[in-house]
Design a protein around this ligand. Structure first.
Ligand code: AMP
Length: 398
């Protein structure tokens, strides 16, 4: 059983909370997107309202076990303070040891402590037992609200959990488990999945596992060309994973055997180079010539996909339809974002897996027009593959 922070009496307790403050920053260290900070506020407020002290810990970037100013969480703590007027936010220059202890001892209920970057210690990712104990003494209750790292068995996400009798999930983590879990376990049918992105290799297991519950799977992005190749087509200079062609063929056969519609695009926007300004045209997928590469789905495919999405009960989207970072090849991905918004307005449950699709839905202005945008790219994929996430399993209380 996994308890929610809402069910724990935190009065007067130090709640050691793993958040995901791994925010994108520019060269000067300015936070470009503070979504991850705002997403953690409901849990922080719940602890404060309950009379507890949130002791927040996170990683930021990849400092690889060394202390680097560039990866300090100090600016993040300052940003958090700006979002919570009248709440004192104390920053501890170290995530363990005397510095952390001193700052925590001085903190009173109603205030927050932010610990320095966990990954200044290589022991964090190594899930080192001594490091787990050093962290665990800093709190009375353990709360995990970092869905984005729940697929990693690190010290702060998994290793320390069993050292607490009182351990729980934060509100964001609970929400992710609720939406992704019920989409898989109890979807409103027809259940449609849209899978894109560059390569088929990272998405095989998710496609397989979705076949168990989806009526239709729409394929886009670079991976479509490996499927087309498996159907015997010539795809010119498009991205192909030669060692996955056979597997793509097997997935097509499996889909047919299981009565799942696996739709591969009919048309594609091809270009002479992997460049926004390259010469481009729309062709049928059987007409991709050498010297041309497919960088987006075409208008006919967009229409087909839109019809399928609008008539769905549940839609799950993971991975862009084309090279959406280049404006000339973003139309397919934007169209999917629009279709998702339209489906939501029509009553469908719509879920966007994290990573690039979450960035795309935000970029095209539909972040608030879908049911749920997951905060975890890798974590949401692993969850949808049906795998047990170590960070979630560790919270379980028998
Ligand atoms: P992934 O990390 O596998 O989800 O892939 C995301 C990346 O796939 C994005 O950066 C897209 O630019 C890229 N992508 C999408 N469609 C294509 C394509 N047709 N050819 C090459 N890359 C693509």
């Amino acid at each position: 059983m996994i308890r929610s922070i809402r069910d724990i009496d935190v009065k007067g307790k130090r709640v050691l909370t793993r958040v995901d403050f791994n925010v994108p920053q520019d060269e000067a260290g300015v936070i470009i997107d503070d979504t991850r900070i705002t997403e953690s506020l409901p849990t922080i407020r719940t602890i404060l309202d309950g009379g507890g002290i949130p002791i927040l810990m996170s990683h930021l970037g990849r400092p690889k076990g060394t202390r680097k100013v560039k990866y300090s969480l100090r600016p993040v703590a300052a940003h958090l303070a700006g979002q919570l007027p009248n709440v004192p936010v104390h920053f501890a220059d170290d995530c363990i040891g005397p510095i952390a202890h001193t700052v925590i001892e001085e903190a009173r209920p109603g205030s927050i402590v932010v610990l320095e970057n966990l990954r200044f210690y290589a022991e964090e990712e190594a899930n080192n037992a001594a490091f787990c104990r050093q962290l665990a003494v800093l709190g009375d209750v353990y709360c995990n609200d970092a869905f984005g790292t729940a697929h990693r068995a690190h010290a702060s996400t998994a290793g320390i959990a069993h050292l607490f009798a009182e351990r729980c999930a934060g509100i964001l983590l609970m929400k992710e488990l609720d939406y992704l879990g019920s989409a898989l376990a109890n979807p409103k049918h027809p259940f449609v999945a849209i899978i894109g992105g560059s390569k088929i290799s990272g998405k095989i297991d998710v496609i397989r596992s979705l076949m168990a519950s989806c009526e239709t799977i729409l394929i886009g992005g670079g991976m479509m060309f490996t499927f087309l190749k498996a159907q015997g087509m010539d795809v010119g200079d498009s991205l192909v994973e030669p060692d996955k062609i056979e597997l793509a063929g097997q997935l097509l056969e499996e889909a047919e055997a299981r009565n799942v519609r696996l739709l591969i695009p009919d048309d594609t926007v091809v270009a002479t180079a992997f460049n926004n300004d390259a010469q481009r045209k729309t062709v049928h997928v059987s007409d991709i010539r050498s010297g041309w590469m497919g960088l987006d789905i075409g208008p006919k495919t967009i229409k087909t996909f839109d019809d399928v999405i609008r008539s769905a009960g549940t839609v799950l989207w993971n991975g862009p339809m084309g090279v959406f970072e280049m404006p000339n090849f973003a139309a397919g991905t934007k169209a999917i974002a629009d279709s998702m918004a339209a489906a939501t307005a029509g009553g469908a449950v719509t879920i966007v897996g994290g990573g690039d699709s979450a960035a795309a839905i935000a970029e095209f202005g539909h972040k608030h027009h879908v049911t749920h945008v997951s905060t975890g790219g890798g974590a949401s994929l692993e969850f949808l593959e049906g795998r047990v996430l170590p960070g979630v399993a560790a919270l379980d209380i028998p």
